[in-house]
Design a protein around this ligand. Structure first.
Ligand code: FAD
Length: 430
C-alpha cells in the first residue's frame, strides 16, 4: 500500500495501537491524523486532550513522523486529506457511542464514494464490545456472568509500537491549540500514562484489594482519564497487571469498563432513558441540585466529593457512589442531572462509563439490587474514619475533631459558612 491515513480519536498513543502498527507495517507512508472538532465536551477534558496531543506529536516526531492536525468535521477533513495526498485508505479505532458510530458510518460511506479502503480496528476496550454475548441475548445485562465470559475469552495480544513512521513529503502538520493553564493533578499524555502505570503496578497494586475504597489516600490507579483518551491501552494495562500478584480485583474493574461499553452498544439510549424502566417520582428541585453541584448540601462526605470534582475534574470511585446515591435516592433528583454535571467536569467522563454507572447508582441500570441506598454517615465513618478526605476538601470543617467532622450539625457553636444538611440529619442514619 502506498499511503494510509490513521484517523485518531480516543487512541492517543503509539504503544499497542493496532491501526497505527498495521499501517506502519504495510504502507509506505502513514498519516496519523487528529481532527479537532467541537464535539469534545468539558473544560477539564479539553486541557487534558491538548496535553495528550502535544505528547503524541512529540512521540511521533521521535519516530520520524508527526501528528497531522486539522480542524472541522473529522469525516470531511480525513476524506479531503486523502484526496489531496492522495491516500488509498482511512483506518480508525472502533468506538461505541452514538456519536462515534455515526462518524464511523459516515466515514465508511464517504470512503466508498471516494474508492478508499475503510477499516475499523480494536483498541478502545480489552474485549471488543459486542464480541461476547450470553445464550439467547445480544449483550450481558449482569456483570458477574460477563466477568466469567470476559476472563476466559481470548484477549488480543498487545502490539509493539512502530519503529518508524514515514509521512508523505511536504504535508503540512497543522497547529495544535495552545496548552491551557493546568487544572487538578493529572496531566494528559502517553508518557505520563505509562509512567503512572509502571509505578502504580510496582508500588500500589499489591494494596489495591484492601485499600481501593479508602477515600483519604489515593490507592487507586487514577488511570481512568488516560484510558478515556487512549493514552494507554486497556489491553496493555490488563496484560501488565496480570503479571503482578493480587491483580484480580484491579483487572475486574477494567472488566467493568468493558461491561458498560457492551451495554452502551446494545442500548444507545443509555444517557437518556432508563435501562430498566422504573416508576420513580423524581423531584424537580433545582435549588437542591445546585447545592449538590457546589458541594453545599451540608453533608460533609457528599460535599467533599463534589468539591474534589470541581477542583480537580476527578473524584474517587467510592465518593462517586456516595454522591450519586445521595442525589438520586435521598434528594430523589433524576440521574440525568447528576450525569450531566459529571459529563461536564470529569476528566475521565465518557458515555458508557458515566451513564452506565449513573444508572447503576440510581437503580435503573445494571445493579441487581436496584433498591440499595448508601448511608452517607456509615460510608463516611467506614471509608474516611479520621475525616482526612473531608478536611482536605472542606476547609471550613478542617478544625472539627474526628467525632464531629462527618456530623457538623452536632457541633456547638455552629460552624460558620457551612450549611445545615439538605435532608433531616436523623434520616441519614438509615
Ligand atoms: P481504578 O480503581 O484504579 O480502576 C482501574 C480502571 O478500571 C479505571 O481506570 C476504570 O477504567 C475502570 N473502572 C474502575 N471502576 C469502574 C466502574 N465502576 N465502572 C467502569 N469502569 C471502572 N469511570 C470512567 O472512566 N468514566 C466516567 O465517566 C465514570 N463515571 C462514573 C460515574 C459514577 C456515578 C460512578 C459511580 C462511577 C463512574 N466511573 C466512571 C467509574 C469509576 O468511578 C472510575 O472509573 C474510577 O473512579 C477511576 O479511578 P481509577 O482509574 O483510579 O480506578
Amino acid at each position: 500500500m502506498d499511503t494510509v491515513i490513521v484517523l485518531l480519536t480516543r487512541d492517543l498513543r503509539v504503544h499497542d495501537h493496532p491501526a497505527l502498527a498495521e499501517a506502519c507495517a504495510r504502507a509506505r507512508r502513514v498519516v496519523p491524523l487528529f481532527v479537532l472538532d467541537t464535539a469534545i465536551r468539558g473544560h477539564h477534558r479539553q486541557g487534558f486532550l491538548v496535553e495528550a496531543l502535544t505528547d503524541l506529536r512529540s512521540s511521533l516526531r521521535d519516530l520520524g513522523g508527526d501528528l497531522v492536525v486539522r480542524r472541522g468535521d473529522p469525516v470531511a477533513e480525513a476524506v479531503r486529506l486523502a484526496t489531496e495526498l492522495p491516500a488509498s485508505a482511512i483506518w480508525t479505532s472502533e468506538d461505541v457511542s452514538v456519536y462515534a458510530r455515526r462518524r464511523q458510518r459516515r466515514l465508511a460511506e464517504a470512503c466508498e464514494a471516494h474508492r478508499l479502503e475503510f477499516r475499523l480496528f480494536p483498541g478502545v476496550t480489552v474485549v471488543p464490545a459486542g464480541e461476547l454475548s450470553p445464550t439467547g441475548g445480544d449483550h450481558y445485562r449482569v456483570f458477574t456472568p460477563y466477568w466469567r465470559a470476559w476472563s476466559s475469552a481470548r484477549h488480543r495480544p498487545v502490539v509493539e509500537p512502530p519503529s518508524l513512521v514515514t509521512l508523505p513529503e511536504g504535508i503540512d502538520p497543522g497547529e495544535l491549540p495552545a496548552q491551557r493553564k493546568p487544572h487538578g493533578n493529572l496531566r494528559g499524555g502517553e508518557t505520563l500514562a505509562r509512567r503512572r502505570l509502571d509505578l502504580w503496578l510496582k508500588l500500589c497494586l499489591a494494596d489495591y484489594a484492601e485499600g481501593h475504597d479508602t477515600l483519604s489516600e489515593d490507592q487507586t490507579s487514577m488511570l481512568s482519564p488516560y484510558l478515556r483518551f487512549g493514552c494507554v491501552s486497556p489491553s496493555e494495562v490488563a496484560a501488565q497487571a496480570m503479571g503482578h500478584p493480587g491483580a484480580e480485583d484491579f483487572v475486574r474493574q477494567l472488566c467493568w469498563r468493558d461491561f458498560y461499553y457492551q451495554v452502551a452498544l446494545a442500548f444507545p439510549d443509555l444517557p437518556r432513558r432508563d435501562y430498566r424502566p422504573r416508576r420513580m417520582d423524581w423531584n424537580d428541585d433545582e435549588e437542591a441540585a445546585q447545592a449538590w453541584r457546589e458541594g453545599m448540601t451540608g453533608v460533609p462526605i457528599v460535599d467533599a466529593g463534589m468539591r474534589q470534582l470541581l477542583a480537580e475534574g476527578w473524584m474517587h470511585n467510592r465518593a462517586r457512589l456516595i454522591v450519586g446515591s445521595f442525589l438520586t435516592k435521598r434528594l430523589m433528583i433524576h440521574w440525568r442531572v447528576g450525569g450531566e454535571h459529571f459529563a461536564d467536569l470529569l476528566l475521565d467522563g465518557d458515555i458508557p462509563n458515566n451513564w452506565g454507572n449513573w444508572q447503576w447508582v440510581a437503580g435503573t441500570g445494571n445493579d441487581t439490587r436496584p433498591n440499595r441506598v448508601l448511608n452517607p454517615l456509615r460510608q463516611a465513618h467506614r471509608f474516611d474514619p479520621d475525616g482526612a478526605y473531608v478536611r482536605h476538601y472542606i476547609p471550613e470543617l478542617a478544625a472539627l475533631p474526628a467525632p464531629l467532622i462527618h456530623e457538623p450539625w452536632k457541633a456547638s457553636p455552629k460552624v460558620p459558612g457551612y450549611p445545615p444538611p439538605l435532608v433531616p440529619s436523623w434520616t441519614m442514619d438509615r
